[in-house]
Design a protein around this ligand. Structure first.
Ligand code: ARG
Length: 380
């Protein structure tokens, strides 16, 4: 009998049996026999003198179903075998993959919130499962350490402590080794500065300029940034460790900075970039069912965007690990961002065509107002 007829499926009558085979009905046509005769012939093979020990019961029922029950002895042996095996009976993967799991995603100088908790817990689970399956899995926290929050903190600090040497343009000495704030002060400075930027346009512009200066390497701001990193990352490490969440890499957006130019050169060499002052890549495809807007790579003033650092990070990861698969564990509101980034990476050949780029989005945790929590407003 042909194999295709021998398909065994979970029973849709669990009160009668555990598994069933409906192949006799289809085979009836091919063999020009009655389904029940075929079913009976199969049952005969599996029972009687040379009964298959896997089954405790094999019966044919009209019009030609075969109902199957597993023997308890077989099940017990099978399960005992699994329990005794270090990997619960799991074999080696067909192809051992190198997988980057980008999860955690905490933002430096902002308190961890429940969304990050989800990314941490789901990402940690994905990482452990991947390892259990036998893959080479690398977990990266990918800190948000290069954005506007840095400029906001720097300018807020200037307003509060203008006497600090970082704000004296003529200062030539060494910058203090000790941070000008504690973690609790830092956690208060950020929401305060963020609130201020919403009502004070000039302050917002200063913060933007400060971020830009930091990204371009202005030494006093780099020095403040280092303090922010030290204070905040120490706290994050403690929190993640309490959660039993572990990262192989403590990299962040800032680590991608040295790869930005290379990434942009690649895009330009491929003729993918258009618009003179901003850098834009079209990513729409004919098969799209919804609009996928072009991906903004860089602003006219040279400021890095979220996509800039994610693409440059892919360049970095390709150089370091050549991953077969990328898994990003981030809340689902960022789905479009990742769709755009993945498309640019593929289009520009930053990753191989067969590299799997996976966005593992999860839902948001909402406050009493039914809207996602916002750290910018504090209180989370
Ligand atoms: N820091 C980001 C956030 O809080 C998450 C980072 C996710 N990873 C990434 N490669 N973009 O929203």
């Amino acid at each position: 009998m042909k194999k295709k007829f021998a398909k065994v499926v979970l029973s849709n009558r669990p009160d009668l049996c555990e598994y069933q085979c409906n192949g006799a009905m289809a085979a009836a046509k091919a063999y020009k026999k009655k389904p029940i005769d075929i079913a009976n012939a199969v049952v005969e093979q599996l029972t009687g003198e040379h009964a298959n020990p896997v089954f405790s019961e094999v019966v044919a029922v009209m019009p030609g179903f075969i109902n199957l029950k597993l023997s308890e002895g077989f099940l017990a042996d099978y399960m005992n075998g699994m329990a005794a095996d270090e990997k619960l009976g799991l074999g080696e993967p067909e192809k051992k993959e190198t997988i980057i799991v980008d999860f955690g995603g905490a933002n430096v100088a902002k308190p961890l919130h429940v969304g990050h908790l989800r990314s941490a817990v789901i990402g940690e689970s994905v990482k452990r499962m991947g390892r259990f399956l036998g893959h080479n899995v690398i977990g990266d926290v990918h800190l948000g350490d290069w954005g506007l929050q840095m400029g906001l903190i720097i300018e807020e600090l200037r307003d509060r402590k203008p006497e600090l040497p970082y704000f004296d343009e003529n200062y030539t000495g060494e910058y203090p080794a000790e941070a000008p704030f504690t973690i609790s002060e830092l956690e208060e400075i950020y929401p305060a500065a963020s609130g201020k930027s919403k009502v004070d346009e000039a302050f917002k512009e200063r913060a933007h300029q400060a971020t830009l200066k930091l990204q371009k390497g202005y030494p006093p701001f780099r020095a403040i940034w280092k303090h922010i990193m030290n204070v905040s990352v120490a706290d994050l490490k403690k929190n993640y460790s309490n959660l039993n969440v572990d990262f192989d890499l403590w990299k962040g957006e800032s680590d991608a900075e040295p790869y930005i130019q290379k990434m942009i050169d690649t895009l330009e060499a491929q003729g993918l970039v258009h618009e003179a002052r901003r850098l834009v890549v079209d990513v729409a495809e004919e098969s799209d069912t919804k609009e996928i807007p072009p991906c903004l790579i860089r602003k006219s003033d040279g400021a890095s965007l979220y996509a800039t650092s994610d693409l440059a990070t892919i360049v970095e990861r390709e150089e370091d690990f050549k991953p077969d698969r990328y898994i990003y564990v981030v809340d689902k509101r960022q789905a479009m961002h990742f769709e755009q980034v993945f498309r640019v990476a593929k289009k520009a050949g930053i990753v191989k065509p067969e590299t799997q780029m996976v966005f593992l989005g999860f839902g948001t945790m909402n406050g009493k107002d039914g809207k996602p929590f916002k750290t910018r407003e504090g209180g989370v």
